[in-house]
Design a binder for this molecule. Sequence first.
Ligand SMILES: [Zn+2]
Length: 41
Amino acid sequence: MAVWKCKACGETKEGRCRPGKCAKCDAPKESFEKVEETTAK
Ligand SMILES: [Zn+2]
């Protein structure tokens, strides 16, 4: 799993893949950058 952060509004989302789009500010998926790789299952 990884943590993705929206560069537009700072919203974070956990997931294996890049989120589709930001639920908070409606930014496209390109706005998400991976900020952390989590090793927990
Ligand atoms: Zn956002």
